[in-house]
Design a protein around this ligand. Structure first.
Ligand SMILES: Nc1ncnc2c1ncn2[C@@H]1O[C@H](COP(=O)(O)OP(=O)(O)O)[C@@H](O)[C@H]1O
Ligand SMILES: [Mg+2]
Length: 371
């Protein structure tokens, strides 16, 4: 029996849950020029399911006979689109026509070497290639979906041109749908850029935690289908253990299943071990990189929060760190913008990432122990 769960980034889960509304909005955009999700911006922390959601968008588009141009954003991506991705797509879209043309040429007996070289054609611009691809895609009964994953500040020059031309295509009523995804920090950087105002007007989807009922399905349906269901109490524990975080759904599922390898069902004990192992892994794969992207000061603020067992009182943090209320407010805002913390109620802060508190507690404890 094969373990159905996929705790790997960018790998499609056995059952994608909790995204029905977003997918419905996206489908509407494929059917209607004027739908708001014609330009979508997906954001959420690492492991919240941005990439697999974009993949689902692409799948839906292909099912409706749309063409898909899918890239991961990095500096130089504009050149790559112009020199490789768009020409390849155009080539494929033009194939049926080329055949016709070539047939015509043979029939009239032209061609051959005319003894002079044609002047080099001017380099085709991103706009002309994009518009042409959208036109051809529409003629073939669909449209063009352009997805950009991992948008980031480093590629801002490319993104400015790309989004400007997408906007232009919208104005010209081209059959184009645009969807981008990125980490909260990267996206908030981009939204502050003067040229990227287009993104500010796009439909924003923030990938938060998935409802417990959906998590239940995401765990139990694949497990059952593969012939090793969770017992009721194991399922309750596993659902709770994921905290609704998509990466943990797969990870808890995976390890619970592994611990129950020799058994006909996943019991309480195996789920307990599975959750514990998933928690350790999420530290390496999510917390470490998220913390590494922060400044020392932001990290020390989070460490001060981790002293508390539940949401931290801002007033306590001010005292703990010996900082001014204004300073605390700056931290608070910056960390909220990066979606590391949120305010569950006035005057309080809590962690956004599941188990980050525990991770910081263990980490600090280890550091103290080693010192
Ligand atoms: N809606 C979902 N339901 C179940 N599993 C999901 C869902 N979204 C993502 N996952 C799983 O979570 C993990 C992280 O997804 P990914 O798209 O790579 O996250 P991101 O791009 O936000 O870092 C993958 O293992 C994926 O299969
Ligand atoms: Mg991703």
């Amino acid at each position: 029996m094969k373990n159905p769960f996929t705790p790997r980034f960018a790998i499609q889960p056995p059952l994608l849950v909790g995204r029905d509304e977003i997918l419905a909005d996206f489908e509407e955009a494929l059917e209607d020029y004027g739908a708001p999700a014609n330009a979508s911006l997906i954001t959420g922390p690492r492991g919240s399911g941005k990439t697999v959601l974009l993949h689902r968008f692409e799948e839906l588009a292909r099912q409706k006979k749309w063409q898909v141009l899918q890239v991961s954003t990095r500096p130089g991506i504009l050149d790559e689109l112009v020199s490789t991705h768009l020409p390849e797509l155009l080539n494929q879209l033009e194939k049926p026509r080329k055949k016709l043309k070539q047939a015509g040429v043979t029939a009239f007996g032209t061609g051959g070497n005319l003894g002079w070289e044609a002047p080099p054609a001017p380099a085709p611009s991103f706009r002309s290639l994009l518009f042409r691809a959208a036109d051809l895609a529409e003629q073939q009964g669909g449209g063009l979906l352009l997805t950009l994953d991992e948008v980031q500040r480093e590629a801002i020059a490319d993104l400015r041109v790309i989004t400007q031309e997408v906007q232009h295509a919208f104005r010209e009523n081209k059959r184009l749908v645009f969807a981008a995804a990125g980490l909260p920090r990267a996206v908030s950087d981009l939204l502050n850029d003067n040229v990227l105002t287009f993104l500010r007007r796009s439909e924003r989807f923030v990938l938060g935690p998935v409802d417990p009922e959906d998590v239940r399905q995401a765990l139990q349906v694949p497990a059952q289908q593969q012939g090793k269901p969770f017992s009721q109490e194991a399922l309750d524990l596993a659902v709770e253990g994921t905290r609704g975080y998509p990466y943990l759904i797969q990870s808890v599922g995976r390890y619970s299943w592994d611990f129950a390898r020799q058994k006909p069902e996943i019991g309480f004990k195996e789920a307990e071990l599975g959750v514990a192992k998933a928690r350790r892994k999420v530290g390496q794969l999510v917390h470490e990189p998220a913390l590494a992207a922060l400044s020392d000061i932001d990290r020390s603020f989070l460490a001060a929060m981790a002293v508390d067992r539940g949401p931290s009182k801002v007033a306590d943090l001010i005292e703990r760190l010996s900082i001014s209320p204004q300073y605390a407010n700056t931290y608070r805002q910056r960390l909220m913008e990066q979606e590391m913390v949120f305010s569950p109620r006035r005057g309080y802060l809590d962690f956004t990432l599941p188990y980050l508190r525990e991770y910081l507690q263990e980490h600090a404890a280890r550091e103290q122990f080693e010192a």
